[in-house]
Design a protein around this ligand. Structure first.
Ligand code: ADP
Length: 486
């Protein structure tokens, strides 16, 4: 029974005498070695294997024979430069006198298993190295929102020294309850819907009391059958960017306050010069002093221009002071108001202004958006020369943005000058008598569009007309940049 059983086993079974000679080998072993049993009986490991291997086999046999212990090992056997692995059990075989008479070894090829395990380990190491070299926090959570693993950056932020100490912890181990509850709710939502959560801004105060900001993304983790195992999360720190934005806001605020004070203080001496200029003019008899009267007229027009420049600079700087919180704003009403304010100018130029599409409702500051339209339509009407101005306001939906366009049939702008016109005091027509202005209108427009996280640009053909386009995001994120937050 023993022999028929052992011979039919797909694993190798051999027995050796205490002197190390084979006394039995099953069929599988004979096939492995490639020799029949009768040729094998009596041979030792030295007859069958290289000396180094044979020595190890003999040593293990002797250990079993001496102690009666079961020996277990995964052995590596390199033949013809190719490594094979065998799982080996060696046990003592007792004789009739209850003493150890032989040793029996059973072993089988586990090369595939070992190679698969090594390949997996290599892949895991590669993945780990990759994740650990990322500055972003990367983690995996199971379905109960317990951490399964985290990369080095994640462990550092969590202040956990070893990966094992991170496993099975939850957000509640690192954050106050209501914040942690929020994170767990996010995890559940991602797992429930299968929809990733991308770049959500998260803010918290770290252990040292410093504010930190992260862009947090979570994606569902699924197995091959599609069932949800948990989530993979990536948090990218944006604290420096946030602090820089804050600094930018602060210095913009200071600059605006400075300009506001300076323009205010300049008014008084300007008024003094203007009023004495007037007194001087009044006390002269113009018929006798025609030349002096001319000088005075020049002086007065210079003063008036200076007054206009200071006023517009002041209005530019006070944009932030006067701004309103953003709220849903119907652009149809905004444009109506802007056109009502421009009624006189439009009539004087006999301009036709049409709004082609019904305009959307956007997230914005109504007063500033009104100023934006007012400045753009005013320019469109103004820069027309002899032609009757035809102005068209249009709006297109472009993905998650609205693109508003204001087109005119005016004098146009040379392509190489287009970048200049959004800068403060930049005018393409130095002669104020032709087109009145101070060169601040478009700078104000740019500032307003920036505050609404949009873009503004111009397309133009000289002599045919210009189109000013601006984009407004449908769902602006975060705070205002570049201007004061009230
Ligand atoms: P201002 O109109 O007070 O000069 P803006 O900042 O509004 O100041 O415009 C800057 C310059 O850009 C203008 O002086 C003008 O040369 C040019 N510009 C603006 N809008 C138009 C337009 N629709 N067509 C032609 N040129 C324009």
């Amino acid at each position: 029974m023993y022999h028929s059983l052992v011979d039919s086993l797909p694993i190798n079974v051999i027995r050796k005498s205490l002197r190390g000679q084979l006394t039995f080998a099953n069929r599988t072993y004979c096939e492995l070695i490639g020799r029949p049993l009768n040729e094998l009986v009596g041979l030792t490991d030295y007859d069958l294997f290289p000396a180094q291997l044979a020595e190890k086999y003999v040593r293990d046999d002797e250990h079993v024979a001496a102690t009666g212990d079961v020996f277990h090992d995964i052995e590596k056997n390199v033949t013809d430069g190719k490594a094979r692995y065998f799982e080996v059990y060696k046990v003592p075989v007792y004789g009739g006198d209850s003493r150890i008479a032989e040793t029996q070894a059973i072993f089988w090829d586990v090369t595939e298993r070992v190679e698969t395990r090594e390949a997996l380990a290599r892949e895991r190491d590669l993945l780990q190295t990759l994740m650990d070299s990322l500055p972003d926090l990367v983690y995996v959570k199971d379905r109960e929102s317990r951490f399964v693993m985290g990369n080095r950056a994640q462990l550092r932020v969590a202040n956990v020294e070893r990966p094992e100490l991170f496993e099975r912890t939850t957000a509640h181990d690192y954050f106050p309850e209501e914040i942690a509850d929020g994170y767990v709710a996010e995890d559940r939502e991602v797992m429930r819907t299968g929809e990733p959560m991308l770049d959500r801004e998260e803010h918290w105060i770290d252990r040292e009391g410093r504010p930190r900001w992260y862009l947090s993304s979570k994606v569902p983790l699924r197995d091959r059958d599609g069932s949800t195992l948990g989530i993979v999360g990536i948090d990218r720190e944006i604290t420096n960017r946030k602090l820089m934005e804050e600094e930018l806001r602060r210095s913009n605020r200071e600059l605006d306050q400075f300009v506001s004070v300076v323009t205010h203080d300049l008014q008084a001496p300007l008024r003094v010069v203007a009023s004495y200029g007037k007194l001087l003019g009044d006390s002269l008899s113009t018929s006798e002093n025609a030349e002096v009267a001319d000088y005075l007229a020049e002086m007065r027009s210079g003063l008036a221009r200076m007054q206009r420049l200071i006023d517009s600079l002041r209005s530019y700087a006070r944009l932030t002071e006067k701004q309103q919180p953003k709220r849903p704003t119907d652009l149809n009403l905004v444009v109506q108001q802007a056109l009502a304010n421009l009624e006189v100018v439009i009539r004087e130029h006999q301009a036709s202004v049409t709004v082609v599409e019904s305009l959307p409702t956007v997230w914005g500051d109504g007063v500033q958006l009104m100023q934006l339209f007012q400045n753009l339509v005013a320019n469109a009407v103004k820069y027309c020369r002899d032609r009757q101005p035809v102005v068209t306001i249009d709006c297109l939906e472009r993905g998650d943005e609205w693109q508003v366009s204001i087109a005119d049939n005016g004098i146009g702008i040379a392509a190489d000058r287009i970048p200049d016109i959004f800068r403060i005091f930049q005018r393409l027509h130095e002669d104020e008598r032709e087109f009145e202005g101070t060169g601040i209108g478009l700078a104000v427009c740019k500032r307003i569009v920036d505050r609404h996280q949009g873009r503004i640009w111009v397309e133009s053909v000289v002599g045919q007309g210009s189109i000013v386009h601006f984009m407004l995001p449908k769902n602006p994120v975060g705070e205002d940049v570049g201007v004061d937050q009230k």
